[in-house]
Design a protein around this ligand. Structure first.
Ligand SMILES: Cc1cc2nc3c(=O)[nH]c(=O)nc-3n(C[C@H](O)[C@H](O)[C@H](O)COP(=O)(O)OP(=O)(O)OC[C@H]3O[C@@H](n4cnc5c(N)ncnc54)[C@H](O)[C@@H]3O)c2cc1C
Length: 512
């Protein structure tokens, strides 16, 4: 049988060429195809993976018993490490790939990262050991054909590059330091059986052998592919998505190692039928001579556009020279990719399902982060203290019904409201002019530039206050009245009312 790489030689020639040069190109291609399965899953009938306990096979043998079982081994490790280290909980973490190995790297500011030492998870020197680069400043810019775009500079925003695997490795070590905890690789979640007093999780290894484990709570941290999220949300686990691909590479000729390019649009939208999208780049200096570049776009989860990572990666390698000058020494060290999830809550509060009896969802499985700036990692770092303390309390009180677990979430009303802005960045080739997203965002940059720096910092750090957002929107409306009709067109009646409800919910929410 021909390799996957050979199979894409004609359909995705740029990706084929780039991945052929990687020692593990074939493996990454398999992984990318696995993530791209998401688009098919959205079309299929929802698989039932939460099953009443009475259906547990009579001959099921329990291989181990834990307080918490984590399905998925990425952000889960931060949570599991706190639960075991601070709260003495016995945990098991499993992943169908290798736990603590991610297909991405993260940006954040050091102050935010210090939350992880404030909670007692890492020492400050451990935190510093995972920061592979700090930059002086960063900017955001949206293309204008005449070159008049506003480059908006900001400091202390996403200015640290974090080696994700190193950070997760440290958390993994903390988990494994405690006798009785278990970490399993190449083990896939199959389903779970709910009982009144416990939950049984069925998993399968790569050879097809099945195992059963028992826990007080199952924590679903399986990311965008979570079958539990799919079931609980009746086949609509996300309303919007942000497919993202990129590389950690070296050998560019024109990169600035002191500056982060937080958002950089360098051209009008792709208007080809089936590909209506405004592509956006990001560029971040990383370790030594390495530099990270990402390409992504925002879209509705059910739009007819081709949103596959495979096709976006081919575009990435084709268009990369338009963004950065590639030198003769250019080499890709590692591809990075994933689908960043987003959910529009049509209500005053969270409307997405994130829990069931003895089941709780965190990270991308819960999809409560904003896809605009900080995503799931930033959200986990911010919310980790209460996501761990509240869960420990719920276990201690044996309050593990859906009603109680529902209250333990990373939902933040300001983040939910701000996430609506992503809808303005979803390009629709049927209704939008090719420079629609750029024109609008350029006006936002001009408004932010006229305001004190704290406005832009708050916006790009998910820390916006309601009165600050109102100030930005008011100024935008005066500068660019078209935004009012655009709101109606882009969000529709339901979306506009929903946005309003989100803001009202935010206005009345207690500050966390
Ligand atoms: C390129 C890129 C860059 C990013 N940069 C940032 C950033 O700078 N800042 C930020 O805040 N966020 C960033 N994000 C988002 C962030 O990476 C995610 O929010 C975060 O990884 C979510 O972690 P998670 O553990 O919830 O899910 P995932 O990282 O998706 O991990 C889920 C895990 O579950 C496993 N799994 C899935 N199904 C099963 C199954 N059936 N059985 C067992 N295991 C299973 C998978 O193998 C995987 O390891 C970025 C995302 C991408 C794609």
């Amino acid at each position: 049988m021909s390799s996957l790489l050979t199979q894409i030689q004609l359909t995705h020639p740029y990706l084929y060429k780039a991945f052929s040069a990687l020692a593990d190109g074939e493996q990454h291609l398999h992984h990318i195809k696995e993530v791209d399965r998401y688009w098919e899953l959205l079309k299929h009938p929802v698989q039932q993976v939460i099953i009443p306990g009475m259906n547990l096979p009579k001959d099921a043998v329990i291989s181990g018993e834990y307080d918490l079982i984590y399905a998925g081994g990425t952000l889960s490790l931060l949570h599991a490490a706190v639960m075991t280290k601070q709260y003495g909980r016995k945990v098991m973490v499993f992943d169908r790939q290798t736990p603590a190995k991610s297909t991405r790297d993260w940006n954040i500011s050091r102050n935010e990262l210090l939350n992880l030492s404030a909670i007692g998870l890492f020492t400050e020197s451990e935190i510093d050991s995972v920061i592979v680069r700090r930059y002086k400043t960063g900017w955001v810019e949206f293309y204008k054909p005449d070159g008049s775009q506003k480059r908006l500079f900001m400091e202390n925003v996403l200015d640290c590059a974090v080696n994700a695997d190193k950070l997760l490795g440290l958390a993994k070590d903390k988990v494994m330091m405690v006798p009785g905890n278990t970490l399993l690789a190449e083990i896939s979640f199959t389903c779970c059986y709910q009982f009144d007093d416990y939950i049984v999780v069925k998993v399968v290894d790569r050879k097809g052998k099945e195992y059963y484990y028992k826990a007080k709570v199952l924590v679903d941290v399986m990311g965008i592919l979570s079958p539990i999220a799919m079931q609980l949300n009746e086949g609509v686990p996300q309303t919007h998505v942000c497919p993202t691909v990129g590389t950690i590479a070296s050998g560019f000729e024109d990169v600035d190692f002191d500056t982060g390019e937080i958002l950089a649009s360098i051209g009008p939208a792709d208007t080809v039928p089936g590909k209506g999208r405004q592509l956006i780049w990001e560029g971040f200096p990383a370790e030594d001579s390495q530099y990270i570049t990402y390409l992504f776009f925002y879209d509705e989860a059910d739009s007819p556009n081709d949103k596959s990572l495979l096709s976006l990666f081919d575009t990435y390698f084709r268009k990369l020279p338009d963004y950065k000058k590639i030198g003769s020494e250019f080499v890709v060290h590692r591809p990075v990719y994933g689908i960043i999830p987003a959910y529009f809550h049509n209500g005053f509060n969270r409307t997405r399902e994130i829990a069931d009896d003895r089941i709780i969802l965190f990270g991308d499985a819960a999809s409560l982060a904003s896809p605009l700036t900080f995503c799931g990692f930033g959200s986990m770092v911010r919310n980790l203290p209460h996501l761990t303390a509240d869960l420990d309390h719920a276990i201690a009180e044996n309050n593990l019904s859906k009603k109680h677990l529902d209250k333990i979430s990373a939902y933040e009303p300001n983040v939910a409201s701000m996430a609506n802005l992503m809808k303005y960045m979803c390009f629709n080739s049927a209704t939008d002019e090719p420079n629609f997203v750029n024109d609008l965002m350029n006006e936002v940059m001009i408004v932010l530039d006229e305001l004190p720096e704290r406005y832009r910092q708050a916006m790009f750090r998910d820390e916006m206050k309601i009165e600050d957002l109102m100030q930005v929107m008011l100024r935008l409306g005066l500068r660019y009245p078209k935004v009012l009709t655009v709101t109606w067109e882009k969000l529709g009646v339901q979306g506009s009312i929903g946005f309003f409800k989100n803001i009202v919910g935010w206005a009345f929410s207690p500050v966390r």
